[in-house]
Design a protein around this ligand. Structure first.
Ligand code: C5P
Length: 232
């Protein structure tokens, strides 16, 4: 792929992280959590710009931290919305307004996934170039139960062919723009779901299982340990 615009959603409230400040400001290996994925993606020659989607209250703090990145001029800030899909939609609208001719691909990556591997980025970019839509994912390893209202197990779900979606999720501009244009109401927790609803197939690329999304404070300790093992 070439001419990729990266959307980096960072406008979440981080309620499950428990802290009052955005979890993305927590430090990992001596710098804000969100800057890890940003730097990995800034190293890609295919990427033109990173659109960092932030909440109004966090805007100034993010703007300040952007200026400490290796290439701040390749990052733009966008104000997000209440749901993750509102935040992505806001970025897509800005991209369409500002640079629609130059952008051919959209890669959406949670700012809360700091351990993104360059080889996984290559794999998902290459696959999207062939199929128009590809996401990183990992096959489910646990046993899945559906619980009833009183938390008793009422069904064991066959895990064969079941995957956990990750990011990046990479799409041709037209594919993702059409998916978001048709999106009405029902929230989606990832972008691929909206593309699937249009009938466009989405390829699954088996990525590293440690491409963790930081959700709880203990995830940060795990990410720090994993980062140490990668560095050593
Ligand atoms: O809440 P969760 O961690 O699943 O969110 C995934 C990513 O989407 C995070 O990086 C978060 O900041 C972002 N997000 C967003 N706008 C929202 C909700 C989440 O940009 N309204």
């Amino acid at each position: 792929v070439a001419s990729v615009a990266v959307v980096l959603p960072a406008a979440g409230s981080g309620q499950r992280f428990g802290d009052h400040a955005n979890k993305l400001f927590a430090h990992l290996d001596g710098r804000p959590l969100w800057t890890h994925a940003a730097e990995t993606l800034l190293r890609r020659v295919e990427v033109n710009l990173i659109w960092l989607v932030v909440s109004p209250q966090d805007h100034d703090r993010f703007a300040d931290q952007v200026s400490s990145l290796s290439q701040p001029d390749r990052v733009r800030l966008v104000i997000g919305g209440a749901q993750r899909s509102d935040s992505v939609a806001a970025a897509l609208a800005e991209i369409n307004r500002s640079s629609s001719e130059a952008t051919r691909w959209i890669a959406i990556h949670d700012a809360a996934r700091p351990l993104l591997k360059d080889s996984d980025v290559s794999a998902v970019f290459e696959c999207a170039a062939q199929t128009g839509a590809a996401i990183l994912a990992t096959p489910v390893t646990g046993t899945l139960k559906r619980g009833s209202g009183d938390n008793s197990a009422c069904q064991t779900i066959d895990r064969r062919g079941v995957w956990v979606a990750q990011t990046p999720q990479v799409f041709a501009v037209d594919v993702v723009s059409q998916a978001y244009a048709r999106h009405r109401g029902r929230p989606a927790t990832d972008d691929a779901e909206l593309v699937e609803r249009t009938g466009h197939p989405v390829s699954l690329i088996s990525g590293a299982a440690d491409n963790l999304k930081i959700t709880y404070p203990e995830d940060l300790a795990v990410a720090a340990a994993l980062m140490q093992t990668r560095l050593s």
